[in-house]
Design a protein around this ligand. Structure first.
Ligand SMILES: Nc1ncnc2c1ncn2[C@@H]1O[C@H](COP(=O)(O)OP(=O)(O)OP(=O)(O)O)[C@@H](O)[C@H]1O
Length: 831
């Protein structure tokens, strides 16, 4: 059974005895499978060597690599290289393998007569081999009718064929994937996605993998394509590059669409960067048009969208309209609501000011309501008021113990675990992450992913500024008609990491009732942090910026001093009784002398030093983890109840060599608020040291003491919403340091608005007003339009050659309806 394996290996082949160069190989029976990864094809095998061309004089060798279902006592031929593992010594690292059994008649008979093939005994096996020879298996797989002359019982033949196909099918695929140089993890993702069609998809269009598999970029797909002989200007290659460029641009800039010239530039950079061959821009323009026809991208006016983001914006608008048009289970008259607000006031012993009262009234009257405000303006106070008033109007108990068999009727959610936890603390009610509430893992790639049905009368989502287009479209889709929805956030904070600026767009549309709270309450308690945050928001630094206050100070220093100044501040704070949990250093960038990586290294030395040579520690990608380290979770893993942005403490380190560690793997045990999670090495990518974290990752969290360096080296990161977000993370102490001009640069640099069209969609769908030429045309109008395309206004500006080509396409050929034939906004409604 020969496998197809392509030569993507970079190792030097060995010179064989015959003088023909041969790759290092080991042939032998597998005597034990030491380790088999549960979620990839990675395995560690012990192989009894029968033949090899490497310098090896022992009977057995450990072979590692990516293998399908390996059977003990079967022989395989492994191709790869020898490596020396620091702990386990010399091993053979297989890059590929093939089944070496059975090559002899006897071997094949014994194999077919084995337990696996029910009903096939020694006699039948002999007959099969006598008829079909030693390549019987290949013959049967290729054409099952070759078995007919043997008149086997129907079930026996069917089982034999199915088993052979199953064994060999998967094996062939893994062998094929190995041949393309995929690691075991990626091979598992690819196999799980395409199953038996894996190699067919890969051979037909390797660029398809970029769209379907996380972790496969253009370069990797292009490498495979090149080995398959796909030409540098093949349409599939250009399509792959356009789609990658479009998605990269939206990820880098947070935009939901891009323009032709940026897309063309990025596409050409990918194409020419990967194979160093010039491409005619007209070809890219032609393919863009083709992708639009196929519905993979959508062109509208001068905007080019990835289909999923285009649809997501429409879906959001349509679902918001659906929710606004529907009625709540019970609606209440104004005096009843006022009464409920008075009741809440009494309960909380507070007097709401006029705008807070208005917020409460509107929230209770509207089906959907937006609440925004800076720190300390009373957002949480209003959330509490809404919950109380809603419960009293609907005569609901707020005691969770009263709900045994029915779900709690008020849903509270936030985008991060920490924000959800805070929400739960301040309301005294259960709150969860949006992902968990929807039953999502956060790793979904399908935009139409099914979610849990939401149940209840009221949904409040906090920290809305962090919610991106993809998540929000999934969320609104899941909200039932009768549910009241309150979206709360601070519009001036950093926008979401993913594409879009949902909360800002919702506010800007003027289509949804909203209130902005501006009166600062926390100021009364002499805090100077909250007024600083508000001054930054308004675009200036207060006069006393550099003067030390009770709760805030500024230390001027050069970039190369940032590290040592922070270390000194932290040492002092520690002496004063602050723990590493209380102190949080925030910085905008990972790299550089004042970057997060460097600061984490220094902070770890102070807050959790290596006490002696015997201190247990593990190393991963340049970071050392010790017991007691503060770490940050970087991705959502709902199975373990840990989410992106959660902070934990390393509670245990279990080494592979430790006695009693049965699975022989290094493990870190991390405690997230009494939820202990074990991470094996392959999961360590999910965590990082967290003494210093990025400002983006700190969103939705607050810390007792925040230390914030700002230096000119942070360059393009120096933006107002970044500084504002960082400053408003501090609960009671804020230490600013660095270059005053860098702080000034932040406040003067209003972040550029992201390119999105949600506001337009909302206006179009809700008010029926047309803001975009064609998007709300009816189906009939659309079909007419496609016959007589509307030409776009000519561009007067001078554009370079490349851009001219694509502009030409945009102006003449891509009419606004591309990708929308037969589609109305209602088509984006997913029930
Ligand atoms: N009308 C009011 N009268 C008196 N105190 C108030 C009033 N509104 C809010 N406060 C108080 O002001 C402080 C800040 O309010 P709250 O925590 O609700 O603001 P926030 O907008 O949620 O702030 P942050 O976003 O920083 O968490 C709280 O101590 C709260 O009790």
């Amino acid at each position: 059974m020969q496998s197809e394996s392509l030569n993507l290996f970079d190792e030097e082949p060995n010179e064989s005895k015959s003088g023909v160069s041969e790759r290092p190989f080991v042939v032998g029976k597998v005597s034990a499978v030491f380790f088999s990864s549960p979620d990839s094809f990675y395995k560690v095998l012990l192989v009894k060597v029968s033949e090899t061309n490497i310098d090896w004089h022992e009977d057995e060798i450990v072979v590692t690599g990516s293998f399908a279902d390996i059977k003990e006592e079967q022989a395989y031929r492994f191709v790869g290289k020898t490596v020396t593992h620091p702990k386990y010594g010399t091993q053979f690292q297989a890059i590929n393998y093939e089944n070496a059994t059975p090559t002899t008649k006897e071997g094949l008979i014994a194999y077919l007569a084995g337990d696996e093939f029910k009903g096939v005994g020694q006699k039948t096996a002999e007959k099969i081999v006598a008829l079909l020879g030693t390549d019987a298996i290949d013959k049967i797989i290729q054409d099952t009718s070759v078995l007919q002359p043997l008149h086997l019982k129907k079930e026996i033949a069917a089982n034999l064929i199915a088993k052979l196909k199953e064994n060999n099918g998967m094996e062939q695929i893994i062998i094929g994937l190995n041949g393309y140089g995929f690691g075991s993890q990626l091979a598992a993702s690819i196999y799980n996605h395409y199953r038996q069609d894996t190699l067919e998809v890969l051979h037909k269009n390797p660029y398809q993998l970029i769209e379907d598999i996380d972790g496969i970029g253009f370069k990797k797909a292009d490498q495979i394509a090149e080995t398959l002989g796909i030409e540098f200007d093949a349409p599939a290659r250009i399509d792959g590059a356009i789609l990658t460029a479009l998605s990269d641009l939206s990820r880098e800039n947070g935009d939901t669409y891009t323009d032709a010239s940026a897309l063309l530039k990025a596409t050409l950079a990918l194409l020419e960067g990967s194979r160093n061959q010039a491409i005619d821009p007209q070809k890219v323009a032609d393919e863009l048009l083709n992708l639009a026809k196929l519905g993979k991208v959508v062109g509208e006016e001068k905007r080019i969208y990835l289909k999923r983001l285009f649809e997501a914006e429409w879906q959001i608008a349509e679902h918001i309209k659906r929710l606004q048009d529907a009625h709540e289970s019970h609606s209440f008259k104004q005096p009843e609501i006022q009464h409920a607000i008075d009741f809440a006031q009494k309960q909380f012993r507070i007097t709401y000011d006029d705008s807070q009262r208005e917020a409460l009234l509107k929230a209770m009257q509207a089906k959907l309501f937006l609440l925004t405000g800076g720190p300390g303006t009373g957002k949480t106070t209003i959330i509490n008021g809404i919950v109380k008033a809603f419960a009293s109007l609907n005569e609901l108990s707020l005691d969770v113990n009263d709900y045994h068999d029915t779900p709690f009727p008020i849903l509270l959610a936030a985008p991060t675990g920490r924000a959800a936890k805070r929400m739960s603390e301040v309301t005294g009610l259960p709150a969860s992450t949006i992902h968990r509430m929807l039953g999502l893992t956060g790793r979904e790639t399908n935009p139409d992913q099914e979610t849990k049905d939401l149940d209840g009368g009221l949904l409040i989502v906090d920290e809305m500024s962090m919610v991106d287009t993809a998540l929000f479209s999934t969320l609104v889709r899941a909200i039932p008609d009768h549910m009241k929805v309150i979206l709360v956030g601070d519009k001036d904070q950093l926008p979401s990491v993913g594409a879009g600026q949902i909360f800002n767009d919702l506010l800007k549309s003027e289509m949804i009732p909203k209130i902005e709270l501006t009166k600062i309450y926390r100021q009364d308690d002499e805090s100077s942090i909250v007024p600083l945050a508000h001054a930054i928001k308004e675009g200036h630094l207060p006069d006393d910026f550099t003067q030390n206050q009770k709760d805030r100070s500024f230390i001027a220093c050069a970039p190369n001093q940032v590290d040592s100044v922070i270390t000194q501040v932290v040492k002092k704070a520690e002496q004063k009784g602050f723990t590493s949990q209380d102190i949080q250093v925030l910085a905008p960038m990972y790299r550089g002398i004042a970057g997060i990586d460097r600061l984490n290294e220094s902070l770890q030395k102070i807050l959790n030093p290596k006490k002696s040579a015997r201190t247990k520690e593990v190393e991963f990608r340049g970071q050392h983890f010790r017991i007691g380290d503060k770490v940050l979770q970087l991705v959502n893993v709902p199975e373990n109840n840990v989410f992106n942005g959660d902070m934990g403490i390393v509670k245990g380190i279990i080494l592979a060599k430790d006695k009693g560690n049965t699975d022989k793997q290094d493990k870190l045990v991390i405690d997230f608020d009494e939820n202990e999670v074990a991470y094996t090495r392959k999961d360590w990518l999910q965590i990082t040291l967290a003494y210093c974290t990025s400002i983006h990752k700190s969103q939705g969290s607050e810390f007792k003491m925040v230390i914030l360096p700002m230096v000119q080296q942070y360059a393009r990161m120096l933006q107002r919403n970044l500084l504002y977000t960082a400053v408003s993370r501090a609960e009671s102490l804020l230490i600013l340091l660095g270059d005053q001009t860098a702080f000034e640069r932040c406040v003067n640099n209003l972040a550029v608005n992201r390119k999105t069209t949600l506001t337009q969609r909302l206006i179009t769908v809700i008010s029926g007003q047309t803001t975009v030429n064609k998007v709300q045309a009816t189906k009939e109008e659309l079909s007419q339009e496609t016959e007589t395309p509307v030409s776009q206004p000519k561009q007067e500006v001078h554009v370079p050659d490349n851009e001219l080509t694509i502009q030409k396409v945009l102006n003449k050929e891509i009419d606004p309806m591309i990708g929308m034939q037969g589609i109305t906004p209602a088509s984006f409604m997913k029930a």
